[in-house]
Design a protein around this ligand. Structure first.
Ligand code: BTN
Length: 308
């Protein structure tokens, strides 16, 4: 542990002001050196308050910096500003980062959505990409994306009491309004997955309703600001648990049990074509089964899905 890390963990475990002298004794360095390390941490954005009697960590439950995540901290890469967390995650994955490494950004300059759309990244939203390295065949990769949406929806329902449901292929809606979008990128080797980068944009304390009436934020739903760190940590814990022993059958049955798509008339738009039909099922790889107007069944494996 570097002196900065030790300093931080002392601050985190204390609920009172700690004097420069206490730090100096515990770290075996001078008070001036303590002061320099404290200034370094403040410059990195750590909210340390300096009192006449010493130092104390300001309580900011919305802080997304790695140190605030406790034992998860070594997996969190924080960016005050990024082109897109997808870019950061792609780089981290290329560099061989461990499973569940997560890039999180306060702001994205070029946030992207599915089907080559722009993903606006207003202040207050939660924007992150997690790199996972599941040992599964390529054919099951689509189910990992469904699983991410199932897990986010379940977490939001259980923690905040909102009626969140996954929408095919991998959005999360609350009462037909979009609260979360998921974009994933995969790299393969032979017929197995090398890594899947799952990018999540969640409307938390931003106001998407202003420019997109079909979207909603958690703050609007619960009537108060919600700490984004709690959401990120809770979602990662859930997904980690899921991936420990990935069960495709469980993903499908959980998705079917609570989703916003089955039983609705939908329009599926791909870059090549548009089809309309009644969403009747999902198959064992997560494809959406539609009944067309002539009664025939078709399965779509990707595309934008509009409910009507
Ligand atoms: C969609 O609904 O089209 C998917 C949106 C995914 C947005 C997230 S925000 C974090 C990550 N970085 C990006 O540029 N996109 C994903």
């Amino acid at each position: 542990m570097t002196p900065k890390h030790t300093l931080l963990s002392i601050l985190q475990s204390a609920d009172t002001v700690i004097s420069g002298e206490t730090f100096s004794k515990r770290l075996g360095i001078s008070r001036v050196a303590v002061w320099k390390h404290i200034q370094g941490l403040i410059q990195q954005g750590v909210p340390i308050m300096a009192h006449s009697k010493g130092y104390q960590l300001a309580d900011d439950p919305d802080c997304l910096m790695p140190w605030a995540f406790g034992e998860l901290s070594k997996f969190i890469h924080y960016f005050p500003e990024s082109s897109s967390t997808m870019d950061e995650a792609a780089r981290l994955a290329r560099e061989g980062c461990p499973d569940f490494t997560t890039a999180v950004a306060q702001r994205q300059i070029q946030g992207r959505g599915r089907m080559q759309r722009v993903w606006g990244s207003d202040a207050g939203g939660l924007y992150f990409t997690v790199v996972i390295r599941p040992e599964i065949p390529i054919v099951l990769a689509g189910l990992v994306n469904l699983a991410a949406a199932v897990d986010m929806a379940a977490f939001l329902r259980e923690t905040y009491g909102v009626n969140a449901c996954p929408k095919w292929p991998n959005d999360v809606l609350v009462d037909q309004k979009k609260i979360c979008g998921i974009l994933s990128q995969m790299e393969v080797e032979g017929d197995t997955v090398r890594h899947i980068n799952i990018g999540v944009g969640l409307n938390v304390n931003n106001n998407p309703e202003v420019h997109t009436p079909t979207a909603i934020s958690l703050k609007t739903l619960v009537g108060a600001k919600v700490p984004r760190r709690e959401i990120l940590a809770g979602f990662l814990a859930r997904l980690k648990n899921r991936m420990r022993d990935f069960d495709p059958v469980a993903v499908i049955s959980q998705w079917k049990e609570k989703n916003a798509t089955l039983g609705r008339n939908v329009r599926i738009v791909t870059l090549k074509e548009t089809v309309e039909g009644l969403a009747v099922d999902i198959d064992d790889q997560g494809g959406l089964v539609l009944r067309l107007a002539d009664g025939s069944l078709i399965t779509v494996i990707y595309g934008d899905c509009f409910h009507f």
